[in-house]
Design a protein around this ligand. Structure first.
Ligand code: SF4
Ligand code: SF4
Length: 434
């Protein structure tokens, strides 16, 4: 019943790749975890969502507990998030509260499961494999909204960096990035805009790109900032310097969160592979499937400014093209002894990336007006893109379905966030004049 309501409302995981939530909550598990860890530095979207909707988030978690048959429901957030913790305790009848240390990537699902339950997700596995469902706090709020018949059409987005009015804005899905950063007082063309957090985000190249159900932040950086500089390098640059500069110090491996969980990933060995000159064991290459692309190796660990992350991305792409899949070993990973003292404090990452000056106490910013158009992607989630069910020239009302899940496919519905006129449709997007 809940799964059907959630499916109708088009709810997807708001904190990651956007896995369709109706599928995840149809599972039977013993533990459900609310992820309120706000994994990336500088972002405050989840924190602000808790400030404004703590009761809905906790109610969404109780519903999830019931739907999955779980015995344990846990709300997890960082220890310094005092206000969030107070709200969670106030609204959290029947829910355990778990305080995480302020390290990166505490909000990574696999790390979170280890911290809260002590269990380790197997290589290439998901929390479900160890009897756990993790949902982001924004997803839990959307689950509660779904039971009220409200579709998932808006989200909280942190807009920060070198902007005049940093804060967390509540935006309709499809809001063009140029308009969103304009709310915070900057022109798109004057900055490098990163969609997501500093560690795992990507550079926005098209100012018309629309905010999606998974857009957690837009970070505007001057182009000479250290982080912006790193984002401008292309893959060939990384591969070229990997050949010449890697000292094989193995710091990237020592600090790799997946290595620390006991998975068979050794980034320094992958660097040796790229440098060539030796026969590479297959498991070194296959570790590309175990890399979460968290960025610790590239943006924090490596003293030589190299990127095992990029090397794994290239290796993975090649393996996928060759039709290679990771073999399920069935082995239970054993957490390495160094796990606890190798956690990377968030403030150290900010120092390293020259973004400490943007680490401010952000709150909700109320804004007036609407963008002139919405650019709504039909693929905002894991699975098949939604199939458009509107045509050019059609008037739609807020909440109308504009994209439907294709038959027998994994996917999520998409709804019109506001009233408007459909001005363009293809198999990738619906554009609405507002
Ligand atoms: S940390 Fe850098 S230099 Fe050291 S092994 Fe890894 S990639 Fe090579
Ligand atoms: S990005 Fe680097 S640190 Fe992160 S999982 Fe991959 S290899 Fe490990």
């Amino acid at each position: 019943m809940l799964a059907e309501q959630v499916k109708q409302a088009g709810v997807v995981g708001a904190g990651g790749a956007g896995f369709p939530t109706h599928v995840k909550i149809s599972a039977r598990v013993d533990t459900v975890i609310a992820n309120g860890a706000e994994c990336e530095p500088l972002l405050a979207s989840d924190k602000v969502l808790m400030y404004r909707h703590a009761a809905d988030v906790m109610e969404g978690l109780r519903m999830l507990k019931q739907a999955t048959g779980a015995r344990r429901a846990v709300f997890a957030t960082k220890r310094p998030y005092k206000r969030v913790l107070d709200l969670a305790r106030r609204e959290g009848a029947g829910i355990e509260i778990f305080e995480l240390e302020d390290f990166y990537p505490a909000g990574d699902e696999q790390i979170l499961v280890k911290e809260v339950t002590g269990r380790v997700v197997p290589e290439t596995g998901i929390p479900l494999d160890v009897g756990v469902v993790v949902q982001n706090v924004g997803t839990l709020k959307a689950i509660k909204d779904a039971t009220r018949g409200r579709p998932f059409t808006h989200r909280y987005v942190t807009i920060t960096g070198a902007v005049q009015r940093p804060g967390v804005y509540y935006l309709p899905v499809g809001t063009p990035v140029w308009w969103a950063v304009g709310l915070a007082g900057v022109r798109f063309e004057d900055y490098m805009v990163i969609n997501g957090g500093p560690m795992m985000g990507r550079v926005v190249t098209d100012p018309q790109e629309g905010v999606t159900k998974t857009t957690s932040g837009l970070i505007c950086l001057p182009r000479d900032n250290e982080l912006a500089r790193r984002y401008t390098r292309d893959t060939s640059h990384w591969l070229k310097i990997a050949l010449s500069a890697c000292t094989q110090c193995s710091r990237c491996t020592e600090l790799c969160p997946r290595h620390l969980l006991g998975h068979a990933i050794f980034p320094h060995k992958a660097m040796r592979t790229v440098a060539g000159g030796e026969v590479t064991p297959m498991e070194t290459v296959m570790a590309a499937f175990l890399c979460s692309q968290c960025g610790v190796c590239e943006l924090y660990a490596c003293p030589m400014d190299l990127s095992p992350r990029q090397v794994f991305a290239v290796l993975r792409q090649e393996l996928v093209q060759q039709g290679v899949r990771f073999p399920k070993t069935g082995q239970k990973p054993v957490v390495r002894d160094t796990y606890d003292w190798s956690k990377v404090p968030k403030h150290r990452i900010m120092e390293r990336l020259d973004i400490e000056q943007y680490d401010r106490a952000l709150d909700f910013v109320r804004h007036k007006g609407m963008p002139p158009m919405l650019n709504i992607a039909l693929k905002q989630h894991v699975g098949a893109p939604a199939k458009p069910v509107v045509g050019r020239g059609m008037r739609v009302r807020a909440g109308d379905v504009i994209g439907e899940i294709p038959a027998d496919a994994l996917g999520a519905r998409i709804h019109a966030p506001v009233d408007g006129l459909v001005s363009f449709v293809d198999d990738r997007k619906v554009v609405m004049e507002v």
